[in-house]
Design a protein. Structure first.
Length: 541
Protein backbone atom coordinates (compact mmCIF):
# COMPACT_ATOMS: atom_id res chain seq x y z
CA UNK A 1 0.00 0.00 0.00
CA UNK A 2 1.54 3.33 -1.03
CA UNK A 3 1.64 6.32 1.29
CA UNK A 4 0.13 9.67 0.40
CA UNK A 5 2.25 11.93 -1.85
CA UNK A 6 4.44 14.44 0.04
CA UNK A 7 4.01 18.18 -0.23
CA UNK A 8 7.34 18.64 -2.09
CA UNK A 9 9.48 16.43 -4.35
CA UNK A 10 10.82 13.42 -2.42
CA UNK A 11 14.47 13.14 -1.46
CA UNK A 12 14.10 9.47 -0.49
CA UNK A 13 12.00 6.94 -2.40
CA UNK A 14 11.47 3.37 -1.19
CA UNK A 15 9.67 1.40 -3.90
CA UNK A 16 8.25 -2.14 -3.53
CA UNK A 17 11.05 -3.10 -1.12
CA UNK A 18 11.32 -6.72 -0.02
CA UNK A 19 13.80 -8.13 2.50
CA UNK A 20 14.39 -11.82 3.10
CA UNK A 21 16.74 -13.72 5.40
CA UNK A 22 18.07 -17.03 4.11
CA UNK A 23 17.14 -18.88 0.95
CA UNK A 24 14.93 -21.73 -0.17
CA UNK A 25 13.06 -23.57 2.57
CA UNK A 26 14.84 -21.49 5.24
CA UNK A 27 13.80 -18.14 3.74
CA UNK A 28 12.12 -15.71 6.15
CA UNK A 29 10.32 -12.84 4.42
CA UNK A 30 10.80 -9.95 6.85
CA UNK A 31 9.60 -7.13 4.54
CA UNK A 32 7.11 -7.68 1.71
CA UNK A 33 6.76 -4.95 -0.88
CA UNK A 34 6.98 -1.77 1.22
CA UNK A 35 6.72 1.60 -0.55
CA UNK A 36 6.91 5.15 0.78
CA UNK A 37 8.47 8.52 -0.02
CA UNK A 38 10.07 11.17 2.18
CA UNK A 39 10.53 14.85 1.34
CA UNK A 40 12.87 17.49 2.78
CA UNK A 41 11.54 18.94 6.02
CA UNK A 42 8.99 16.16 6.36
CA UNK A 43 8.57 13.62 9.17
CA UNK A 44 7.30 10.16 8.32
CA UNK A 45 6.64 7.71 11.16
CA UNK A 46 6.87 3.92 10.81
CA UNK A 47 4.84 2.28 13.56
CA UNK A 48 3.94 -1.30 14.36
CA UNK A 49 4.59 -4.07 16.81
CA UNK A 50 7.99 -5.64 17.45
CA UNK A 51 8.99 -7.83 14.53
CA UNK A 52 6.76 -5.97 12.04
CA UNK A 53 9.76 -5.04 9.88
CA UNK A 54 10.26 -1.38 10.86
CA UNK A 55 13.96 -1.59 11.78
CA UNK A 56 14.78 -3.99 8.94
CA UNK A 57 13.29 -1.45 6.50
CA UNK A 58 15.36 1.35 8.06
CA UNK A 59 18.61 -0.67 7.99
CA UNK A 60 17.96 -1.49 4.33
CA UNK A 61 18.09 2.20 3.45
CA UNK A 62 21.71 2.39 4.57
CA UNK A 63 22.42 -1.17 3.37
CA UNK A 64 23.44 -2.23 6.88
CA UNK A 65 21.79 -5.65 6.93
CA UNK A 66 24.03 -8.75 7.22
CA UNK A 67 24.49 -9.54 3.52
CA UNK A 68 24.40 -12.06 1.85
CA UNK A 69 22.16 -13.81 4.40
CA UNK A 70 19.84 -10.79 4.16
CA UNK A 71 18.93 -9.89 0.60
CA UNK A 72 16.40 -7.96 -1.48
CA UNK A 73 14.33 -10.20 -3.77
CA UNK A 74 12.88 -7.02 -5.27
CA UNK A 75 12.62 -3.29 -4.71
CA UNK A 76 14.47 -0.03 -5.00
CA UNK A 77 15.79 2.64 -2.58
CA UNK A 78 16.74 5.97 -4.19
CA UNK A 79 18.33 9.04 -2.59
CA UNK A 80 17.92 12.05 -4.90
CA UNK A 81 17.48 9.56 -7.73
CA UNK A 82 20.67 7.57 -6.96
CA UNK A 83 20.07 3.85 -6.32
CA UNK A 84 21.32 2.54 -2.96
CA UNK A 85 20.33 -1.12 -3.28
CA UNK A 86 23.46 -2.89 -4.44
CA UNK A 87 25.53 0.33 -4.48
CA UNK A 88 29.33 0.03 -4.11
CA UNK A 89 31.02 0.50 -0.74
CA UNK A 90 32.63 3.87 -1.68
CA UNK A 91 29.19 5.22 -2.63
CA UNK A 92 27.62 3.94 0.59
CA UNK A 93 30.47 5.31 2.74
CA UNK A 94 29.89 8.76 1.28
CA UNK A 95 26.18 8.51 2.15
CA UNK A 96 26.35 6.93 5.61
CA UNK A 97 26.75 9.49 8.38
CA UNK A 98 26.94 12.39 5.93
CA UNK A 99 23.76 12.48 3.83
CA UNK A 100 21.81 9.84 5.75
CA UNK A 101 22.44 9.30 9.46
CA UNK A 102 20.84 6.88 11.89
CA UNK A 103 20.15 6.82 15.62
CA UNK A 104 20.06 3.17 16.61
CA UNK A 105 17.70 1.57 19.11
CA UNK A 106 20.29 0.23 21.57
CA UNK A 107 23.05 2.76 22.31
CA UNK A 108 25.13 0.48 24.54
CA UNK A 109 25.71 -1.96 21.69
CA UNK A 110 26.17 0.81 19.10
CA UNK A 111 28.86 2.70 21.02
CA UNK A 112 32.40 1.34 21.24
CA UNK A 113 33.00 0.34 24.91
CA UNK A 114 36.76 1.05 24.60
CA UNK A 115 36.57 4.62 23.23
CA UNK A 116 35.71 7.79 25.10
CA UNK A 117 32.77 9.96 24.10
CA UNK A 118 34.96 12.67 22.55
CA UNK A 119 36.64 10.15 20.24
CA UNK A 120 33.37 8.55 19.13
CA UNK A 121 31.53 11.79 18.34
CA UNK A 122 34.70 13.30 16.85
CA UNK A 123 35.31 10.33 14.54
CA UNK A 124 32.27 11.22 12.43
CA UNK A 125 33.53 14.78 12.03
CA UNK A 126 37.08 13.67 11.20
CA UNK A 127 35.92 11.30 8.45
CA UNK A 128 33.39 13.54 6.74
CA UNK A 129 34.52 17.08 7.63
CA UNK A 130 38.26 16.65 8.10
CA UNK A 131 38.18 18.43 11.48
CA UNK A 132 40.96 17.98 14.03
CA UNK A 133 42.47 19.60 17.12
CA UNK A 134 40.72 22.52 18.81
CA UNK A 135 37.98 22.99 16.16
CA UNK A 136 37.09 19.30 16.47
CA UNK A 137 36.82 19.45 20.28
CA UNK A 138 34.77 22.67 20.08
CA UNK A 139 32.29 21.05 17.67
CA UNK A 140 32.02 17.91 19.85
CA UNK A 141 31.26 20.08 22.90
CA UNK A 142 28.71 22.06 20.90
CA UNK A 143 26.93 18.84 19.90
CA UNK A 144 26.95 17.44 23.45
CA UNK A 145 25.48 20.69 24.77
CA UNK A 146 22.94 20.62 21.98
CA UNK A 147 21.56 17.22 23.06
CA UNK A 148 21.53 18.13 26.74
CA UNK A 149 24.56 16.31 28.22
CA UNK A 150 25.16 17.98 31.61
CA UNK A 151 28.70 19.29 32.25
CA UNK A 152 29.69 18.18 28.76
CA UNK A 153 33.31 19.33 29.14
CA UNK A 154 33.72 16.90 32.06
CA UNK A 155 32.17 14.03 30.08
CA UNK A 156 34.54 14.07 27.09
CA UNK A 157 36.77 11.37 28.60
CA UNK A 158 33.86 9.23 29.83
CA UNK A 159 33.39 5.70 28.47
CA UNK A 160 29.86 4.55 27.50
CA UNK A 161 29.38 2.41 30.63
CA UNK A 162 29.98 5.51 32.77
CA UNK A 163 26.88 7.22 31.35
CA UNK A 164 23.23 6.51 32.10
CA UNK A 165 21.04 4.90 29.45
CA UNK A 166 19.50 8.24 28.54
CA UNK A 167 22.88 9.94 28.32
CA UNK A 168 24.19 7.22 25.99
CA UNK A 169 21.19 7.75 23.72
CA UNK A 170 21.89 11.48 23.62
CA UNK A 171 25.48 10.78 22.58
CA UNK A 172 24.13 8.66 19.71
CA UNK A 173 21.89 11.54 18.62
CA UNK A 174 24.87 13.94 18.76
CA UNK A 175 26.86 11.61 16.47
CA UNK A 176 23.96 11.35 14.01
CA UNK A 177 23.46 15.12 13.84
CA UNK A 178 27.18 15.95 13.60
CA UNK A 179 27.22 16.39 9.82
CA UNK A 180 23.74 17.90 9.50
CA UNK A 181 22.41 15.08 7.28
CA UNK A 182 19.72 15.40 4.62
CA UNK A 183 17.86 12.40 6.07
CA UNK A 184 17.86 11.30 9.71
CA UNK A 185 16.57 7.83 10.53
CA UNK A 186 15.60 7.70 14.20
CA UNK A 187 14.99 4.12 15.38
CA UNK A 188 13.26 4.48 18.76
CA UNK A 189 15.49 7.49 19.64
CA UNK A 190 13.69 8.29 22.92
CA UNK A 191 13.27 4.73 24.21
CA UNK A 192 15.85 5.12 27.00
CA UNK A 193 15.02 8.71 27.89
CA UNK A 194 12.97 10.00 30.78
CA UNK A 195 9.88 12.01 29.94
CA UNK A 196 11.34 15.49 30.44
CA UNK A 197 14.47 14.77 28.36
CA UNK A 198 12.29 12.98 25.82
CA UNK A 199 10.30 16.17 25.35
CA UNK A 200 13.54 18.17 25.00
CA UNK A 201 15.01 15.73 22.44
CA UNK A 202 11.82 15.72 20.36
CA UNK A 203 11.79 19.53 20.37
CA UNK A 204 15.47 19.53 19.46
CA UNK A 205 14.86 17.23 16.50
CA UNK A 206 11.98 19.37 15.27
CA UNK A 207 14.03 22.59 15.66
CA UNK A 208 17.00 21.11 13.78
CA UNK A 209 14.68 19.77 11.12
CA UNK A 210 13.15 23.22 10.62
CA UNK A 211 16.60 24.87 10.50
CA UNK A 212 18.28 22.33 8.19
CA UNK A 213 15.29 21.21 6.12
CA UNK A 214 16.17 17.67 7.23
CA UNK A 215 13.86 14.77 6.34
CA UNK A 216 13.08 12.57 9.36
CA UNK A 217 12.11 8.90 9.26
CA UNK A 218 10.87 8.22 12.79
CA UNK A 219 10.49 4.63 13.97
CA UNK A 220 8.66 4.25 17.25
CA UNK A 221 6.14 2.23 19.21
CA UNK A 222 4.98 5.35 21.11
CA UNK A 223 1.87 6.56 19.32
CA UNK A 224 1.79 9.74 21.44
CA UNK A 225 5.14 10.74 19.93
CA UNK A 226 3.84 10.04 16.42
CA UNK A 227 0.92 12.38 17.01
CA UNK A 228 3.31 15.14 18.16
CA UNK A 229 6.13 14.64 15.66
CA UNK A 230 4.97 13.19 12.36
CA UNK A 231 3.28 14.62 9.28
CA UNK A 232 2.48 11.20 7.85
CA UNK A 233 2.42 7.67 9.25
CA UNK A 234 2.84 4.18 7.82
CA UNK A 235 1.46 1.36 9.95
CA UNK A 236 3.39 -1.90 9.51
CA UNK A 237 2.28 -5.42 10.35
CA UNK A 238 4.10 -8.64 9.45
CA UNK A 239 6.36 -6.91 6.96
CA UNK A 240 3.68 -4.96 5.12
CA UNK A 241 2.28 -1.43 5.29
CA UNK A 242 -1.39 -2.00 6.11
CA UNK A 243 -2.39 1.66 6.38
CA UNK A 244 -0.76 4.98 5.51
CA UNK A 245 -1.69 8.62 5.34
CA UNK A 246 -1.70 11.90 7.24
CA UNK A 247 -1.35 11.33 10.98
CA UNK A 248 -4.59 13.11 11.87
CA UNK A 249 -6.69 11.10 9.42
CA UNK A 250 -5.14 7.72 10.31
CA UNK A 251 -5.33 8.28 14.07
CA UNK A 252 -8.79 9.86 14.14
CA UNK A 253 -10.43 7.42 11.72
CA UNK A 254 -8.31 4.26 11.34
CA UNK A 255 -9.59 1.95 8.63
CA UNK A 256 -7.56 -1.22 9.16
CA UNK A 257 -8.44 -3.51 12.13
CA UNK A 258 -4.75 -3.74 13.08
CA UNK A 259 -4.43 0.06 13.28
CA UNK A 260 -7.60 0.20 15.38
CA UNK A 261 -6.20 -2.42 17.76
CA UNK A 262 -2.84 -0.64 18.00
CA UNK A 263 -4.45 2.70 18.86
CA UNK A 264 -6.63 1.06 21.52
CA UNK A 265 -3.65 -0.60 23.23
CA UNK A 266 -2.40 1.07 26.41
CA UNK A 267 -1.39 -0.31 29.81
CA UNK A 268 -4.66 -0.48 31.76
CA UNK A 269 -5.95 -1.75 35.04
CA UNK A 270 -5.04 -0.94 38.60
CA UNK A 271 -1.90 -2.00 40.48
CA UNK A 272 -2.02 -5.02 42.73
CA UNK A 273 -2.26 -3.60 46.26
CA UNK A 274 -0.23 -5.48 48.85
CA UNK A 275 -1.69 -6.15 52.27
CA UNK A 276 -0.62 -3.43 54.69
CA UNK A 277 0.63 -6.05 57.17
CA UNK A 278 2.57 -7.98 54.49
CA UNK A 279 6.16 -8.61 55.49
CA UNK A 280 8.90 -6.52 53.86
CA UNK A 281 10.84 -8.56 51.32
CA UNK A 282 13.53 -5.95 50.61
CA UNK A 283 14.34 -2.84 52.62
CA UNK A 284 17.16 -0.34 52.91
CA UNK A 285 18.06 2.42 55.33
CA UNK A 286 20.39 5.35 54.65
CA UNK A 287 21.71 3.63 51.53
CA UNK A 288 24.59 5.44 49.86
CA UNK A 289 26.53 4.85 46.64
CA UNK A 290 29.23 7.48 46.12
CA UNK A 291 31.64 7.28 43.18
CA UNK A 292 35.00 9.00 43.78
CA UNK A 293 36.21 11.75 41.46
CA UNK A 294 39.99 11.58 41.15
CA UNK A 295 42.32 14.31 39.95
CA UNK A 296 45.89 15.52 39.99
CA UNK A 297 49.12 13.68 39.28
CA UNK A 298 48.59 11.19 42.13
CA UNK A 299 44.90 10.64 41.26
CA UNK A 300 43.70 11.63 44.69
CA UNK A 301 39.99 11.73 45.47
CA UNK A 302 38.87 15.34 45.09
CA UNK A 303 35.13 14.80 45.32
CA UNK A 304 32.28 12.34 44.88
CA UNK A 305 29.39 11.71 42.52
CA UNK A 306 26.56 10.98 44.94
CA UNK A 307 24.54 8.58 42.79
CA UNK A 308 22.48 7.36 45.74
CA UNK A 309 22.59 9.58 48.79
CA UNK A 310 20.94 8.40 52.00
CA UNK A 311 17.86 6.61 50.64
CA UNK A 312 15.50 4.48 52.71
CA UNK A 313 12.71 2.34 51.29
CA UNK A 314 10.77 -0.87 51.86
CA UNK A 315 9.12 -3.25 49.39
CA UNK A 316 6.57 -5.66 50.85
CA UNK A 317 5.46 -9.06 49.59
CA UNK A 318 3.14 -8.65 46.60
CA UNK A 319 3.88 -4.93 46.31
CA UNK A 320 5.26 -2.86 43.43
CA UNK A 321 7.27 0.23 44.31
CA UNK A 322 7.82 2.44 41.27
CA UNK A 323 11.01 4.50 41.04
CA UNK A 324 10.89 7.44 38.64
CA UNK A 325 13.10 10.40 37.88
CA UNK A 326 15.20 11.90 35.13
CA UNK A 327 18.06 10.07 33.47
CA UNK A 328 21.07 10.04 35.80
CA UNK A 329 18.97 10.54 38.95
CA UNK A 330 20.27 7.28 40.46
CA UNK A 331 17.33 4.94 39.78
CA UNK A 332 19.32 2.06 38.28
CA UNK A 333 22.16 2.52 40.78
CA UNK A 334 19.61 2.11 43.59
CA UNK A 335 18.37 -1.18 42.11
CA UNK A 336 21.91 -2.52 41.63
CA UNK A 337 22.86 -1.57 45.20
CA UNK A 338 19.82 -3.33 46.70
CA UNK A 339 20.84 -6.55 44.93
CA UNK A 340 24.46 -6.16 46.10
CA UNK A 341 25.61 -5.88 42.48
CA UNK A 342 27.28 -2.58 43.36
CA UNK A 343 29.24 -1.53 46.43
CA UNK A 344 27.27 0.62 48.86
CA UNK A 345 27.02 1.80 52.46
CA UNK A 346 23.97 1.54 54.72
CA UNK A 347 21.65 -1.25 55.81
CA UNK A 348 20.12 -3.68 53.30
CA UNK A 349 17.73 -6.37 54.58
CA UNK A 350 16.31 -9.14 52.40
CA UNK A 351 13.61 -11.42 53.81
CA UNK A 352 14.47 -10.33 57.35
CA UNK A 353 18.19 -11.10 56.89
CA UNK A 354 20.81 -8.31 56.76
CA UNK A 355 22.82 -8.87 53.56
CA UNK A 356 25.07 -5.80 53.39
CA UNK A 357 28.05 -7.52 55.02
CA UNK A 358 27.55 -10.95 53.43
CA UNK A 359 30.33 -12.41 51.31
CA UNK A 360 29.73 -13.48 47.71
CA UNK A 361 29.51 -17.15 48.72
CA UNK A 362 27.02 -16.37 51.49
CA UNK A 363 24.88 -14.39 49.07
CA UNK A 364 24.84 -17.04 46.34
CA UNK A 365 21.91 -19.10 47.72
CA UNK A 366 19.83 -15.89 47.91
CA UNK A 367 20.55 -14.86 44.31
CA UNK A 368 17.77 -17.12 43.00
CA UNK A 369 15.23 -15.23 45.11
CA UNK A 370 16.26 -11.74 43.97
CA UNK A 371 16.55 -11.15 40.26
CA UNK A 372 16.94 -8.24 37.86
CA UNK A 373 15.69 -7.45 34.39
CA UNK A 374 18.19 -5.02 32.85
CA UNK A 375 17.43 -1.96 30.73
CA UNK A 376 19.38 -3.05 27.65
CA UNK A 377 18.31 -6.61 26.76
CA UNK A 378 20.84 -7.04 23.95
CA UNK A 379 23.73 -6.08 26.22
CA UNK A 380 22.57 -8.43 29.00
CA UNK A 381 21.96 -11.52 26.83
CA UNK A 382 24.96 -13.61 25.79
CA UNK A 383 25.25 -13.62 21.98
CA UNK A 384 26.89 -17.06 22.18
CA UNK A 385 23.96 -18.79 23.88
CA UNK A 386 20.63 -19.75 22.38
CA UNK A 387 17.43 -18.48 23.99
CA UNK A 388 16.84 -21.88 25.59
CA UNK A 389 20.35 -21.88 27.07
CA UNK A 390 19.93 -18.30 28.36
CA UNK A 391 16.68 -19.12 30.17
CA UNK A 392 18.04 -22.45 31.44
CA UNK A 393 21.30 -21.03 32.82
CA UNK A 394 19.81 -19.97 36.16
CA UNK A 395 18.05 -23.32 36.58
CA UNK A 396 21.35 -25.14 36.09
CA UNK A 397 23.34 -22.84 38.39
CA UNK A 398 20.85 -23.24 41.22
CA UNK A 399 20.04 -26.91 40.57
CA UNK A 400 16.32 -26.27 40.20
CA UNK A 401 15.61 -28.65 37.31
CA UNK A 402 17.75 -31.78 37.64
CA UNK A 403 16.19 -33.66 34.71
CA UNK A 404 16.26 -32.51 31.09
CA UNK A 405 12.49 -33.00 30.73
CA UNK A 406 11.77 -30.81 33.75
CA UNK A 407 14.20 -28.14 32.54
CA UNK A 408 12.64 -28.10 29.06
CA UNK A 409 9.15 -27.83 30.54
CA UNK A 410 10.12 -24.84 32.69
CA UNK A 411 11.86 -23.12 29.77
CA UNK A 412 8.77 -23.59 27.60
CA UNK A 413 6.49 -22.28 30.37
CA UNK A 414 8.65 -19.18 30.92
CA UNK A 415 8.75 -18.36 27.20
CA UNK A 416 5.00 -18.84 26.81
CA UNK A 417 4.36 -16.55 29.80
CA UNK A 418 6.13 -13.69 28.05
CA UNK A 419 4.46 -14.34 24.71
CA UNK A 420 7.23 -16.18 22.85
CA UNK A 421 6.89 -19.46 20.99
CA UNK A 422 8.95 -22.17 22.78
CA UNK A 423 9.82 -23.51 19.31
CA UNK A 424 12.15 -20.48 18.98
CA UNK A 425 14.37 -21.61 21.86
CA UNK A 426 17.21 -22.67 19.56
CA UNK A 427 17.58 -19.21 18.01
CA UNK A 428 20.10 -16.60 19.19
CA UNK A 429 19.43 -13.07 20.55
CA UNK A 430 20.48 -11.30 17.34
CA UNK A 431 17.69 -13.13 15.48
CA UNK A 432 15.00 -11.35 17.53
CA UNK A 433 13.61 -7.82 17.50
CA UNK A 434 14.34 -5.42 20.37
CA UNK A 435 10.97 -6.10 21.99
CA UNK A 436 11.37 -9.86 21.70
CA UNK A 437 14.82 -9.66 23.33
CA UNK A 438 13.29 -7.79 26.27
CA UNK A 439 10.76 -10.58 26.71
CA UNK A 440 13.58 -13.13 26.75
CA UNK A 441 15.27 -11.14 29.53
CA UNK A 442 12.03 -11.16 31.54
CA UNK A 443 11.62 -14.92 31.00
CA UNK A 444 15.15 -15.50 32.29
CA UNK A 445 14.25 -13.82 35.59
CA UNK A 446 10.78 -15.35 35.95
CA UNK A 447 11.91 -18.93 35.35
CA UNK A 448 13.57 -18.95 38.80
CA UNK A 449 10.32 -17.93 40.56
CA UNK A 450 12.02 -15.25 42.68
CA UNK A 451 10.56 -13.34 45.63
CA UNK A 452 11.93 -9.93 44.54
CA UNK A 453 12.65 -8.56 41.07
CA UNK A 454 14.23 -5.25 40.11
CA UNK A 455 12.67 -4.31 36.78
CA UNK A 456 14.90 -1.70 35.15
CA UNK A 457 12.89 -0.19 32.28
CA UNK A 458 11.43 -3.61 31.33
CA UNK A 459 8.94 -2.17 28.84
CA UNK A 460 11.02 0.64 27.33
CA UNK A 461 11.84 -1.34 24.16
CA UNK A 462 8.32 -2.72 23.70
CA UNK A 463 5.55 -1.48 21.45
CA UNK A 464 2.35 -0.31 23.13
CA UNK A 465 0.33 -3.49 22.65
CA UNK A 466 3.12 -5.65 24.09
CA UNK A 467 3.66 -3.13 26.91
CA UNK A 468 0.06 -3.69 27.93
CA UNK A 469 0.53 -7.47 27.73
CA UNK A 470 3.72 -7.37 29.82
CA UNK A 471 2.10 -5.13 32.46
CA UNK A 472 -0.84 -7.56 32.67
CA UNK A 473 1.59 -10.47 32.81
CA UNK A 474 3.71 -8.94 35.59
CA UNK A 475 0.59 -8.04 37.57
CA UNK A 476 -0.87 -11.55 37.14
CA UNK A 477 2.37 -13.26 38.19
CA UNK A 478 2.63 -10.94 41.18
CA UNK A 479 -0.89 -11.75 42.35
CA UNK A 480 -0.37 -15.50 41.91
CA UNK A 481 3.06 -15.71 43.52
CA UNK A 482 3.25 -12.66 45.80
CA UNK A 483 6.45 -11.37 44.12
CA UNK A 484 7.72 -7.94 45.19
CA UNK A 485 8.80 -5.60 42.39
CA UNK A 486 11.01 -2.53 42.33
CA UNK A 487 9.85 -1.04 39.03
CA UNK A 488 12.26 1.52 37.53
CA UNK A 489 10.86 3.44 34.58
CA UNK A 490 10.63 6.77 32.81
CA UNK A 491 7.22 5.83 31.36
CA UNK A 492 4.78 7.17 33.93
CA UNK A 493 1.80 5.66 32.11
CA UNK A 494 3.21 2.18 32.68
CA UNK A 495 4.17 3.03 36.27
CA UNK A 496 0.63 4.22 36.99
CA UNK A 497 -0.77 0.88 35.80
CA UNK A 498 1.63 -1.23 37.88
CA UNK A 499 2.99 0.62 40.94
CA UNK A 500 1.26 0.68 44.32
CA UNK A 501 3.75 3.15 45.80
CA UNK A 502 5.97 5.71 44.09
CA UNK A 503 9.45 7.05 44.79
CA UNK A 504 10.57 10.15 42.88
CA UNK A 505 14.36 10.58 42.64
CA UNK A 506 16.54 13.53 41.67
CA UNK A 507 20.33 13.81 41.97
CA UNK A 508 20.55 10.68 44.11
CA UNK A 509 17.93 11.74 46.65
CA UNK A 510 14.23 11.04 47.15
CA UNK A 511 12.30 14.27 46.57
CA UNK A 512 8.85 12.75 47.06
CA UNK A 513 7.43 9.35 48.00
CA UNK A 514 4.10 7.86 48.94
CA UNK A 515 1.03 6.04 47.58
CA UNK A 516 1.11 6.18 43.78
CA UNK A 517 -2.53 7.26 43.47
CA UNK A 518 -1.96 10.27 45.70
CA UNK A 519 1.22 11.36 43.90
CA UNK A 520 -0.33 11.04 40.45
CA UNK A 521 -3.39 12.95 41.61
CA UNK A 522 -1.66 15.71 43.56
CA UNK A 523 2.15 15.85 43.30
CA UNK A 524 3.63 18.06 46.01
CA UNK A 525 6.96 19.18 44.54
CA UNK A 526 7.65 21.26 41.42
CA UNK A 527 9.98 18.53 40.12
CA UNK A 528 7.27 15.84 40.30
CA UNK A 529 4.74 18.17 38.71
CA UNK A 530 7.15 18.76 35.81
CA UNK A 531 7.57 15.00 35.31
CA UNK A 532 3.80 14.49 35.31
CA UNK A 533 3.30 17.38 32.88
CA UNK A 534 5.85 15.99 30.42
CA UNK A 535 4.35 12.48 30.62
CA UNK A 536 0.69 13.39 30.32
CA UNK A 537 0.90 16.57 28.20
CA UNK A 538 -0.28 18.77 31.06
CA UNK A 539 0.48 22.38 31.85
CA UNK A 540 2.89 22.88 34.73
CA UNK A 541 1.22 24.88 37.49
Amino acid sequence: MNSLPPRSPPILVVDDLAVSFGHGLDEVRAVKGVSFTLAKGETLALVGESGSGKSVTALSILQLLPYPRAHHPKGSIRLDGAELVGASEPVLRAVRGARIAMVFQEPMTSLNPLHCIEKQVGEVLEIHKGLSGAPLRARVLELLHLVGIPEADKRLDALPHELSGGQRQRVMIAMALANEPDVLIADEPTTALDVTIQAQILKLLKDLQARLGMALLFITHDLGIVRKMADRVCVMNQGEIVEAGAVASVFDAPLHPYTQRLLAAEPKGKPAVALRDAAPVMSADNLRVWFPIKGGIFRKTIGHIKAVDGIGLSVRQGQTVGVVGESGSGKTTLGLALLRLLGSEGAIVFGGTPIQSMSASELRPLRREMQMVFQDPYGSLSPRLSVGQIVAEGLEVHGLAPSRAERDARIAQALEEVGLDPALRDRYPHEFSGGQRQRIAIARALVLKPRFIVLDEPTSALDVSVQAQIVDLLRDIQIRHGIAYLFISHDLRVVRALADELVVMKDGKVVEAGPADALFRAPQTAYTRALMAAAFNLEVA
